[in-house]
Design a protein around this ligand. Structure first.
Ligand code: 5AD
Ligand code: SF4
Length: 462
């Protein structure tokens, strides 16, 4: 069948969709770019905030309407099968069919390996199939990657996500992820190393290792076994040891990973950063709040001072080390004073970028029992204040890089201005420049920075 996958949510979802695409390709289905050409559409959903879930469910509803010949504006597509996958399925369970009676199948995280089989069952006439995983389930289908040589992947072929840790055992008060993604499960290190080596041999230059709290790799279940050769550098922690193994893979230029919890910034991690040049000088380290009182309520298990100490360790060996973060504004009971603590923490931390989210109560989480008492307009105001601060800060930080030479992995012509090329430095900063010679996507070049903006650096080929 001609199929299309619509993805909402985080990188983990992007990666899951990629794997599903690869499985469908292997089963003989054909990827198309436009909804009106698709016979099978799968929506990969997110539920981290109410709005995210509504978008995915709304999209699914529109597709079902199209399938049933009641599309908006008389749209008639070719859609025959509509499926929903991902986090919202696990949250909603069988209720998903109350919201979406025309849905053909719904499959939660960790079970997407079943999708080709579910499609067959739908084609044989079955409807409303529900597959909801248990919290401890071992996933299937994770190692499927699109065959980029066929040129049909929507993803740049020199970069690849690699899921290493599923689920999350941190129990932050506001977060629904542990309920929907289940308990932590670390993929065996040997499997991860083999997967990255295979990707590198196919021309992948950069991998991004994914986990909700990726530095907890190998904590709940062992990732390394006695059968694995001991770490040459004497690393005892599973994640730094993984970096050591991946750093040795020929052809691979860069290793990124996300997301991280400050507790994972151990001395071994810092040593690994120092010793392994392929590990990118960037960490996405969500802080969520700058108020110790709010951090305690959230169950984050660190104080503002401990967070700042963690990033100081990273910047001690490389002052240009990029730190990005997530912030929640309007957590229950967040006062003006708490909010000002967040503002000052962001200034002290000197974040290179920040994503700000307005608190949204999620069913079943601890904080959902508290009154959602910060008014919407106030959440919006706090959001805007932090974004404006960050624009200023981002510009100031980028201005310090004028005159430096950045090593840039080329992603291709810039989306905004096709006369320029664009790529990223090790700190994940976007760098654009005029292509004064012939360039190839996936090439590493040196760019001298001449101009700074809050979100991008402009330079010339050095
Ligand atoms: N409301 C608002 N933001 C949330 N996040 C997680 N749960 C919630 C919630 N209930 C944010 C956190 C997290 C990011 C992925 O989403 O900042 O780091
Ligand atoms: Fe959304 Fe979280 Fe699921 Fe990612 S893990 S898709 S952010 S709910």
């Amino acid at each position: 069948m001609k199929y299309l996958i619509r993805t909402y949510g985080c990188q983990m979802n992007v990666r899951d969709s990629e794997a599903v695409g690869a499985l469908l390709d292997a089963a003989g289905h054909e990827r198309v770019a436009e909804e009106r050409d698709a016979e099978l559409v799968i929506v990969n959903s997110c539920t981290v905030r109410d709005m995210a879930e509504r978008k995915a469910i709304g999209k699914c509803g529109n597709l079902i309407a199209m399938k049933e010949g009641r599309g908006k504006g008389g749209e008639t597509g070719k859609v025959k099968v509509v499926g929903l996958m991902g986090c919202a399925v696990k949250r909603m369970g069988a209720d998903v069919f109350k919201s979406l009676p025309g849905l053909d199948f719904a499959v939660g995280p960790r079970r997407f390996g079943l999708i080709p089989r579910l499609v067959e069952r739908c084609l044989a006439g079955e409807r409303r199939i529900l597959e909801v995983p248990d919290a401890d389930e071992v996933p299937t289908g994770l190692d499927a990657h699109p065959d980029t040589s066929r040129g049909q992947s929507g993803f740049a072929c020199f970069q690849s996500y690699v899921t290493v840790l599923l689920g999350c055992d941190n129990r932050c008060s506001y977060c629904i992820v542990p309920d929907v993604r289940g308990h932590e499960y670390s993929r065996p290190a040997r499997e991860v190393v083999a997967e990255v080596a295979a990707l590198a041999s196919r021309g992948v230059r950069e991998v991004c290792l994914l986990g909700q709290s990726v530095l907890r790799y190998g904590m709940r279940n062992k990732a390394w076994t006695e059968a694995d050769a001991p770490s040459p550098g004497g690393y005892t922690e599973a994640f730094p040891r993984l970096l050591e193994a991946l750093n040795g893979i020929d052809g691979l230029a860069r290793i990124r990973f996300t997301s991280a919890h400050p507790k994972g910034c151990t001395d071994e991690l810092v040593r690994a950063y120092r010793e392994f040049p392929k590990a990118c000088r960037h960490l996405h380290l969500p802080v969520q709040s700058g108020s110790d009182r709010v951090l305690a309520e959230m169950g984050r298990h660190y104080t503002r001072a401990e967070y700042l100490a963690a990033i100081a360790k990273l910047r001690a060996f490389d002052p240009e080390f990029a730190i990005t973060t997530d912030i929640i504004v309007g957590y229950p009971g967040e006062t003006e004073a708490d909010f000002e603590e967040t503002r000052s923490l962001m200034e002290e931390a000197g974040f290179d970028n920040a994503f700000v989210f307005k608190y949204s109560p999620r069913p079943g989480t601890r904080s959902a029992a508290l009154p959602d008492d910060v008014p919407t307009e106030e959440k919006e105001r706090r959001d805007q204040v932090l974004l404006a601060d960050q624009q200023r800060r981002g510009l100031a930080r980028n201005q310090k890089l004028i005159g430096t030479v950045r090593e840039v992995l080329l992603e291709g012509p810039s989306l905004r201005n096709a006369a320029r090329w664009s790529g990223r430095d090790s700190g994940n900063r976007i760098v654009v420049f005029e292509p004064t010679r012939k360039l190839a996507i996936g090439e590493l070049v040196q760019v001298k920075i001449t101009e700074a903006h809050p979100q991008i650096l402009v330079g010339e080929l050095a």
